[in-house]
Design a protein around this ligand. Structure first.
Ligand SMILES: [Zn+2]
Length: 394
């Protein structure tokens, strides 16, 4: 049955924002037509702003059982990782799976249509198999001990195979972060990822990370030693940033998403964009406030024309999984950013990262983008405010 929605304002179309528009969808949710006209009997009237379904490009379903386990409030990376090492598996698998299922349902209800999800194990397979969301799984690899590279790569290949075999899903390998990998492992993972759909890398998120990367000293060293990790294998990088190290090892035209970017400078960004054909820069402001207590220099990313995406990160470092909350935090910190750009970051850019732009990310005939209704928002001059909420339509 054809469903028609009437929206006073529709954002995220290929014609720009449209006012007073009727959106007709077929029974599968594919857009049949957009018509600017008065509502007709039988139309579902949307009192708010309608946008395409969200693409949340950075999440960790696997960590969903850790909601409210940590204090947050700029707790620092070392304390966060110490907590993770202690608590990651304190509850049994049934409870972990239940938390993942709930997180998936929350994402769905807010209007998320696709997720870039980091996985270290295959625990999220059953949830992803049954989900209505499109999942791209980034199989994450980490390890400071370079003698284990082959073993780690073989394990990750198996996981990529398992996740990509799910109906409608995709998967690729992703290096974890500059502080947790030997250069040999980073190169091996990037060799694999260089021919896959896209990859992802946690980058320059905290001061603890930068100190350990530069000197192998500081609070992260203490945490790693107490966990029995082979810290002696870590090598100091005195005269380069983690981003420069990455550039040396990346030789691919595939999309690569850098996540967090709290300490990326404008010069560093320029250098990266000149050397990396398809870079995406994921902002997770809630998680940044939770761990580092500060946000990336988002205006610098806009000045450089960086492709920005939006992630919620995990429930270990965020109180809730809400794309709207992330956009609100960005709007509050940087009120000059136009509303339509924020919408594009959370929809179209993510669709491009995941190579799904044929189907999602914009509301236009032939696509099946999902529709989201934003309420608690001024339709005449929309900006995200604390009261803004999102619900999936149909
Ligand atoms: Zn993350």
């Amino acid at each position: 049955m054809v469903q028609t929605f009437f929206a006073p304002l529709l954002m995220g179309t290929n014609q720009g924002p449209l006012r007073n528009v009727r959106i007709s969808l077929d029974e599968e949710g594919r857009v049949l037509s957009l018509n600017q006209s008065a509502p007709e009997p039988g139309d579902q009237i949307c009192n708010g702003v309608v946008v395409p379904g969200w693409v949340n490009t950075h999440c960790h379903l696997e960590l969903s059982h850790l909601q409210d386990a940590f204090p947050g409030e700029a707790m620092g990376m070392a304390s966060f990782l110490q907590g993770m090492l202690r608590q990651r598996n304190v509850v049994d698998f049934a409870e972990r799976e239940n938390a993942m299922r709930q997180a998936d349902a929350v994402l769905h209800a807010e209007g998320v249509v696709a997720v870039g999800d980091i996985s270290n194990t295959n625990e999220s397979l059953p949830v992803k198999r049954e989900s209505d969301l499109i999942y791209h799984t980034f199989v994450e690899v980490l390890g400071l001990d370079s003698s284990r590279v082959d073993t780690l790569i073989q394990g990750a290949r198996k996981l990529v195979g398992e996740f990509s075999a799910l109906d409608g899903a995709s998967a690729s390998m992703a290096p974890h972060a500059p502080y947790s990998m030997s250069e040999a492992l980073l190169q091996a993972v990037l060799d694999e990822a260089s021919t896959q759909l896209c990859s992802s890398y946690h980058l320059m998120e905290s001061e603890d990370e930068l100190r350990f990367f530069g000197t192998t000293e500081g609070p992260l060293r203490t945490v790693f030693e107490s966990a029995g990790l082979k810290v002696s294998a870590a090598v100091p990088h005195a005269n380069q940033t983690p981003l420069q190290e990455f550039i040396r090892h990346w030789n691919s035209t595939r999309p690569i998403q850098f996540v967090h970017n709290v300490y990326v400078s404008e010069d560093g960004l320029k250098e990266a964009m000149a050397n990396i054909p398809q870079s995406y820069w994921c902002m997770c402001p809630s998680a940044n406030l939770f761990i580092s207590g500060r946000l990336p220099d988002i205006p610098a990313f806009r000045r450089q024309g960086a492709r920005i995406t939006i992630g919620t990160d995990s429930l270990a470092s965020n109180r809730k999984l809400s794309v709207v909350q992330e956009l609100y935090l960005i709007q509050k910190a940087f009120p000059e950013i136009p509303f339509h750009e924020l919408i594009d970051w959370a929809t179209w850019n993510g669709a491009c990262l995941l190579s799904r732009q044929q189907d999602i990310g914009r509301v236009e005939p032939g696509k099946k983008p999902g529709l989201v209704l934003l309420t608690g928002i001024n339709v005449d001059e929309p900006v995200f405010i604390a009261e803004t909420t999102a619900v999936r339509l149909g």
